[in-house]
Design a protein around this ligand. Structure first.
Ligand code: WT7
Length: 651
């Protein structure tokens, strides 16, 4: 076999048709979806122009759809003008002012319902407060808040006045916050005294003070939401309370009409090397992506209760909490807490309480909950659900089947949505009434998205089962526009491998016999054993399929003979590992995938090093597996203590 191919040894033959009961009540029927594909395939730009006219209320209509003259710096709808917060709020007031926009459940279980009329008023008041404190069009505000409605309100208030927000997840450390503030040269910081998550206090203002004392010269004002009621220090002249800032402000605020290309936000994401990248998104194109993907992928309609469990600090929370659902006029649940507090049935209990119809979460959460056993979901009816979604990493078939059977009762289509901070919204995903789904497969690109798999020379990989580099060969409206302050890095990172029209996602993928896409992982997450390139995910899936294993992460270390050898970090469901089990697991993988994939070493641990968004930090594990000293930045690590344990066990 060719050296450049990523080989797949994982077989998956289970295929599920969209349930007939689902198709009957879906808004988008298979024919409607097919019509979208036909339109997009016959005229890419015309298709997106139609969608933009249909779904967005433009203040000034656009006449030019796509400007590619300065590729890869693409512009969409460039002479059109709009306001994103107007589209998320004002346009619903006549038709659904009294409808609930947000059902908020706090960590301690307290529930608050916010109508569209109230949300509009609160956004306007806060927008007026921002202006009164010197924030204007094009200025940057960093938002460092918990997952509470005020985070969404702050984002929409920035959008209302044309200010650019940069949300920093509330779990990030002081140096991470400082770096992001400095890179964006933000004028304002919006934070809270603190909040409780899983019953634990998170001292946001203390962390912010530390960040502010180490740099952040650009910050003029800090607005502080009172949330936990803990004592904090307030620097006079700089810091003011949220409730004082909005005191006396009007409940209306004329939206600032901006060009379609005006930056709506920056969101930092970690690169494989160096400092985080400020991913910059547009106003018009981004909003369009948020709307159409909610409509097509979640089939969002008026009687739905939508729940995306992400935090607003991630792109998932931007697109599928703050912007998409509100622009569609939906009712959604927002949750401050964690899935296992006070008990591992919190999600399932909330699904029943709020009668959630569409539930969107991450594989890491599904696996964690699966580990607690079926009795927790079985305590709840879960009969309001009609669609289940996942995002963030490849989902292993075992977890997919559990999600389908134990949560969805085999009634709900699963949409495994592949996308990235950079892509702004869903890219490759099943459509619930249209697609045959398969565990672990993200199936096919959306209408208007031209995803392909290329080999290193740029030729499409057509052979089923062969892997390659996942690319998007035409610009799409909701793609990133640049990296803040670093257009060269944008060009290099995303368009450096082939040409200025071919977006390189950094993932590897393969197709099956039906042409469906399966994501193999980041290009980096590939090991090369005796000239065979294997996706680490395949070995992980095999390990997790063993009855005693809860979670696994696979990396490689150099090997004299094989080039690289596999080291697997394994978390057991119960008990400690021993040599006998290690040997069983090695043989098990060899049986499942072939001798080539047999791990050289199994290391048992209590947990894996993860980022706060739940991604396993494989680069760190690679360092540990090689016995090297850890010199990487570990400030984004959720559970730093696990590192010492992993190192100790290897000796
Ligand atoms: C990377 C992007 C998009 C919001 C959350 C993560 C991986 C994402 C899937 C999926 C397999 C996936 C990819 C991608 N990824 N969704 N459904 N199946 N892998 O955003 O932090 O920008 O990460 O997450 O590797 O490149 P992000």
């Amino acid at each position: 076999m060719s050296e450049n191919k990523i080989e797949s040894v994982l077989r998956e033959d289970r295929v599920f048709e969209p349930p007939r009961s689902f198709v009957e009540q879906a808004t988008f029927k298979p024919d409607d979806i097919q019509a979208l594909y036909d339109a997009a395939n016959s005229d890419h730009e015309g298709f997106w122009a139609d969608q933009a006219q249909k779904h967005i209320d433009w203040h000034k209509p656009f006449t030019q759809t796509l400007d590619s003259t300065d590729a890869p710096f693409f512009k969409w709808f460039t002479d059109g003008q709009l306001n994103v917060s107007y589209n998320c709020l004002d346009r619903h007031l006549d038709t659904r002012g009294d409808q609930t926009a947000i059902i908020f459940e706090a960590d301690d279980g307290e529930v608050e319902h916010i109508s569209y009329r109230e949300l509009h008023a609160r956004v306007c008041r806060f927008a007026n407060a921002l202006k009164a404190n010197g924030l204007g069009k094009g200025d940057r505000a960093v938002i460092y808040l918990p997952n509470v409605p005020q985070a969404t309100i702050a984002m929409l208030a920035c959008a209302r006045i044309g200010a650019i927000h940069s949300v920093v997840f509330g779990g990030f450390s002081a140096p991470s916050l400082r770096d992001r503030i400095d890179d964006a040269e933000a004028k304002m910081l919006i934070t809270a005294d603190g909040n409780y998550r899983g019953g634990k206090l998170i001292p946001l203002k203390d962390v912010a003070d530390k960040a502010l004392s180490q740099g952040c010269e650009s910050i003029d004002k800090v607005i502080v939401l009172k949330r936990s009621g803990t004592d904090v220090s307030m620097q006079s002249g700089r810091d003011l309370w949220w409730h004082d800032a909005i005191d006396g402000q009007a409940e209306t605020c004329e939206p600032e009409w901006v060009d379609a290309e005006h930056p709506l936000f920056i969101l930092y994401t970690s690169g494989s090397t160096g400092k985080p990248k400020g991913i910059q998104h547009s106003s018009g194109g981004y909003l369009l992506g948020a709307i159409v993907t909610c409509r097509w992928v979640f089939d969002l309609r008026d009687d739905d209760v939508f729940w995306c469990t992400a935090d607003v600090g991630w792109i998932t929370g931007h697109t599928y909490i703050t912007y998409g659902p509100t622009a569609c006029g939906a009712t959604q649940v927002m949750f401050e807490g964690v899935p296992t507090y006070p008990e591992p049935d919190r999600f399932w209990k909330m699904v029943d309480t709020h009668q959630v119809t569409i539930f969107y979460t991450a594989p890491t959460a599904i696996r964690a909950l699966m580990k607690h056993g079926d009795e927790y979901p079985q305590r709840h009816a879960l009969d309001s659900l009609r669609i289940l979604g996942t995002v963030g990493e490849p989902i292993n078939p075992e977890a997919w089947m559990w999600y389908r059977q134990v949560i969805g009762h085999e009634r709900c289509p699963i949409v495994d949505t592949w996308w990235q901070t950079e892509t702004g919204g869903h890219m490759i995903t099943p459509l619930p009434s249209y697609s045959k789904t398969k565990p672990g497969s993200v199936t096919h690109p959306l209408p208007g998205i031209s995803a392909e798999i290329l080999d290193e020379s740029g030729k499409p990989v057509t052979e089923a089962g062969s892997g390659g580099v996942l690319v998007v060969t035409k610009p799409w409206p909701y793609m990133l526009r640049t990296i803040w302050n670093d257009p060269e890095r944008y060009k290099e990172t995303y368009f450096g491998m082939y040409d200025a029209h071919t977006y390189v996602a950094g993932d590897s993928a393969q197709r099956d016999e039906q042409g469906n896409f399966r994501i193999l992982g980041r290009i980096d997450d590939v090991v090369n054993i005796s000239g065979h390139r294997l996706g680490t995910m395949e070995v992980e899936s095999a390990l997790v399929a063993h009855t005693s294993v809860a979670e696994a992460a696979v990396v490689s270390r150099p090997h004299d003979v094989k080039g690289e050898a596999i080291v697997a970090f394994v978390i057991l469901k119960t008990g400690d590992g021993n040599d006998e089990l290690a040997s069983d697991l090695r043989n098990w993988v060899a049986e499942q995938l072939g001798a080539i994939a047999k791990p050289e070493e199994i290391r048992f641990a209590d947990g894996l090093p993860k980022t706060r968004s739940g991604k396993i930090m494989r680069r760190l594990l690679r360092t540990v597996a090689r016995g090297d000293e850890v010199t990487q930045d570990v400030s984004t690590l959720e559970n730093p203590q696990i590192l010492e344990q992993l190192q100790a066990r290897g000796s």
